[in-house]
Design a protein around this ligand. Structure first.
Ligand code: ADP
Ligand code: G6P
Length: 499
């Protein structure tokens, strides 16, 4: 068994098996923020990714992806139901997202969650060199840090939660809250998207475990665990390159023509998930059409909703509701050849997504709660000419960084309607100012910066971060015809300012 000095453990591998059009099995990049983010950096890093390849039965044998080795973990059908669809996605996922859907507490799922977490921990221990660093990802694997510490005390263990970590009142509802908390705190460093999450876990550790805490440490059972926030990002260079590719630019123009050359194209791209606020958005759009504030003829809405967790009841029910609503809106407000909403329930490749982002005058990203939301960042990266408007939920982690977006409370349907109109009618100068600021923020905080920040905090030596690919070279600036004049600074006179 080949071993690595860096092992990433995440439920979902960056590849997903799916049926090709001819029925054969083919591997494609998994949709979802975690796989998108990590795939981008690990492809060029000598590391091993331990994860599940989708499906049940024996683990498939998977080729390396660049310098990344893949170690698949198999799941049986009952495990898929109890661990992935059950405890991870029907208990933890809704609870961690503000309980926007009722979490289900099923006692049988817990056993399976424990057993599968043990399997992941054992697989990681097997492929880890002595004193390797293990980076455990997300809510599916919250017990893995502690299990690994018991199996391999020599390892340096990091844990990163991609989803929100809820306030104590919500987390405390979990019947197995103590075990889950102890599981995460088996790590040396527990990372979150937002500082509030680190605050929440510190409060919980004090209350439930009697821990001593500071701003960024939790001491319990004689060990000190560090905590911190590390907002995840995207491969900005990849999206920028895609957006500049001539075939992508051409496809974007074709899409606009196929949409009937409307005055405004609005776009949403989500996994079909109840946290994404798709229904609230459809209500807002339908009311704008009803009230005559927008006309289907000159403004089109494209909703891409990639299928997700399709066997989980709440997702099945949501899909039926959304498709019913899209049908109703199109029935009432569409015309022959002019639907009021274009609805696409299918995966797209990266180039197609980049073309869609370029076509969209207004990108509507309105989750009810989201750890980060990488779609918002992808849109910004794809807007090479700094045009376009981003309407962004206040409840997405990305809102803390993309402050120049049109921020909105997605629960407030009237506010959402007004904000959509504001974004649609904003002046090109206003849009450019906002987009330029967001693009700058994103360039300085790409996925590589995220991984470097986390890994440097994990090992303190910079050794781990050295294994990551180098930052992309800065793009040459166009030569200036006229030498830039030095700015004359107008300093205020020192001393008290007269009132
Ligand atoms: P989440 O992690 O909850 O799915 P994010 O917005 O953070 O939400 O990440 C979604 C990721 O999945 C993005 O990288 C996006 O490009 C990708 N994605 C979303 N929809 C599709 C789709 N229809 N086809 C392929 N990839 C998609
Ligand atoms: C979110 C989660 C990821 C997950 C992704 C897709 O981003 O934080 O852990 O991989 O959604 O969901 P899926 O259930 O398909 O893996």
């Amino acid at each position: 068994m080949r071993q690595s000095s860096l092992v990433v453990v995440a439920n979902r591998l960056p590849l997903d098996d799916s049926a090709a059009p001819d029925g054969a099995c083919e591997w494609r990049r998994s949709p979802g923020g975690l796989a998108s983010a990590l795939h981008a950096i690990l492809e060029q890093t000598p590391a091993t990714w331990v994860g599940w390849a989708g499906g049940t039965g024996p683990a498939p044998s998977l080729p390396d992806i660049g310098s990344l080795r893949i170690r698949p973990v198999p799941l049986t059908e009952p495990e898929l139901r109890g661990y992935y669809e059950g405890f991870a996605n029907s208990t933890l996922w809704p609870l961690y997202h503000d309980a926007v859907e009722q979490p289900v507490f099923d006692r049988g799922w817990w056993e399976t969650y424990q057993a599968v977490n043990r399997r992941f921990a054992e697989a990681a221990a097997e492929v880890a060199e002595p004193h390797a660093a293990i980076w455990v990802q997300d809510y599916h694997l919250q017990l893995v840090p502690q299990l690994l510490r018991e199996l391999r005390p020599d390892l340096l263990i990091g844990f990163f939660l991609h989803v929100p970590f809820p306030p104590p009142e919500l987390f405390s509802q979990l019947p197995r809250r103590i075990e889950l908390l102890r599981g995460m705190l088996g790590a040396d460093l527990v990372g979150f998207q937002r500082p509030q999450a680190a605050h929440n876990i510190a409060q919980l550790a004090t209350k439930l475990l009697g821990a001593r805490v500071t701003n960024d440490t939790i001491t319990v059972g004689g060990r000190t665990v560090r905590t911190g926030s590390f907002p995840v990002s995207i491969d900005v260079a990849e999206m920028q390159q895609l957006a500049r590719r001539p075939d992508v630019v051409k496809q974007a123009a074709q899409l606009r023509t196929q949409l009937g050359r409307p005055r405004r194209v609005l776009l949403s791209v989500d996994r079909l998930d109840y946290t994404k606020g798709i229904e609230h958005r459809l209500t807002a759009w339908s009311e704008l059409l009803r009230d005559g504030r927008v006309k289907a003829r000159d403004s089109v809405f494209v909703q891409v909703a990639v299928p997700s967790r399709e066997r989980v009841d709440s997702y099945r029910i949501l899909r039926d509701r959304i498709e019913g609503e899209v049908g109703r809106i199109n029935g009432e407000y569409g015309r022959v050849g002019e639907p009021a909403i274009h609805y696409l329930n299918q995966p797209f490749d990266r180039a197609e997504l980049a073309a869609l982002y370029q076509t969209a005058d207004v990108m509507v990203v309105t989750p009810l709660r989201d750890g980060m939301n990488l779609v918002a960042k992808e849109y910004v990266a794809a807007r090479a000419d700094s045009s376009g408007a981003l309407v962004l939920s206040e409840f997405a982690g990305a809102a803390a960084e993309l402050e120049e977006a049109f921020l909105v409370n997605p629960h407030d349907v009237d506010g959402l309607k007004d904000t959509l109109l504001r974004a649609m009618e904003a002046s090109p100068a206003d849009l450019k100012r906002r987009m330029t600021a967001m693009r700058k923020q994103l360039r300085d905080h790409d996925i590589l910066a995220w991984a470097r920040a986390y890994l440097t905090e994990l090992d303190h030596t910079g050794r781990l971060a050295e294994g990551l690919p180098p930052p992309p070279p800065p793009r040459p600036r166009p030569a200036r015809a006229v030498p830039r004049q030095r700015k004359v600074s107008r300093r205020r006179p020192s001393g008290p300012v007269p009132s």
